[in-house]
Design a protein around this ligand. Structure first.
Ligand code: F3S
Length: 61
């Protein structure tokens, strides 16, 4: 199964990913998104979060 990865250099903390699939992403104390459960949601739902990140910080591994 594919796993999403947040590029910490690129993430600006817009938190759209966390709002869309909170089962997969969470905001860290550093103000950036982190993957807490890469298999916490269906791929199409994760893909929507990837597509909606304004800075394209999320990729599939
Ligand atoms: Fe970061 Fe994009 Fe999510 S900027 S917090 S990965 S919506």
């Amino acid at each position: 199964m594919k796993k999403p990865v947040v590029d910490q250099e690129v993430c600006e903390g817009h938190a759209i990913c966390v709002g869309m699939v909170p089962e997969v992403f969470e905001m860290g104390d550093d103000g950036k998104s982190h993957v807490k459960d890469p298999e916490g949601a269906e791929e199409p739902d994760i893909q929507k979060a990837i597509d909606n990140c304004p800075v394209d910080a999320i990729e599939w591994e």
